[in-house]
Design a protein around this ligand. Sequence first.
Ligand code: DOR
Length: 449
Amino acid sequence: MANDWDLVIKGGQVFTPAGLVEADVAVKDGRIADIGAFAEGQAGEVFDATGLTVLPGVIDTQVHFREPGLDAKENLESGTRAAVLGGVTAVFEMPNTNPATIDEAALNDKLARAKGRAWSDHAFFIGAAAENAERLGALERLPGCCGVKIFMGSSTGSLLVPDDETLRTVLRHGTRRAAVHSEDEPRLRERFELVRDGASVDQHPVWRDEESALRSTRRLLKAAREAGRRVHVLHITTADEMPILAANKDIATVEVTPQHLTLAAPDCYERLGTLAQMNPPIRAEHHRDGLWEGLRRGIVDVVGSDHAPHTREEKAGDYPRTPAGMPGVQTLLPLLLDHMNAGRLTLARLVDLTSAGAQRIYNIAGKGRIAVGYDADFTLVDLKARREITGDWLASKCGWSPFEGMTVTGWPMATIVRGSIVMRDGELPGEPAGKPVRFLETMPQTEAG
Ligand code: DOR
């Protein structure tokens, strides 16, 4: 007789919309079929989750996987392998590849490359540029697209929307929430003088100062309100932006990264040198405190890793010509679990920031909570396991992490994507079978994959 379920996750503490409950979760055809108490014989496969906590699959809404064009740093296989090793079940990938993802052909190329090679589910951003601004409304609705990404300040790659006129044109074309890197390009250019002829990397937050972030975020919110467009402001780094964002929560959602919550200047530059260089920069401790305050007060909606790998060789150059960015997709969850164990956030807040928050911001279809009918995406964690972040655990092609050598409390023990166990105890037992994420705003569409 056929089994009722394909898989039952038995005996874990399950984080449902009602909170943490002791329950079994039954999976059929990649979806959650039931939550309750089930006999072993009902399932084709039983996952013994005794002692583990079953969380909704972690969604990382900001990664740079470098394919096509910059594959020496990362590719879709290695980046998504790092993701599932870190307990991440879905990623949203950024458009500053080479070529940049600014049209339908480039988006479809990424989807084709991911097929059969991506370990996690995935979606891709379309980059905003002057040349595609008027087509963005159509482009952002393509299957497999999570929305439009706007770089207001230049970073890795050439994508840039530096002026208010182009910004307004971009925001007027489209309706989905637009994700924005908010640093003021004119001010960055003006202040580049400070470091142009060589400087110590601890000058990075002096060049790209608080005012650069603040000015840009003010310009963005004004333009977004005028255009009637919702925005998602990525990797906030200053305490000063938090009250401004709080006053605009009707149109703006907010991301912070684990790096900005964990590291602080000047210590990070002394210890890590240019490995700690990223945009917007890691700043002084009072800004880090301000981010935690924003997180505690609910202003922050999501934590994204901004996984931005560069090789050690590139990072070994002379500042400021060294590239900005650090890897993070694999360490996002271990770091947050460690912060949770240190009492900085609750498990409920962690879940909201890593799954439900992503769902709300981007209108993801069928993900972001453990509920019947949803995709069977789970991150199984041991909340009390103490582990060291070691080089041999890291899968990113860049081969390093700013958190190497750190011992954390809380660890991802298994990653399940649409009912398939893709990671268990640090091993990947199956094949890469990630699929494009579906979105409510791009319905109707056929089943992707
Ligand atoms: O530090 C960064 N690196 N910030 C960005 O916005 C881009 C990223 C990258 O792609 O390297």
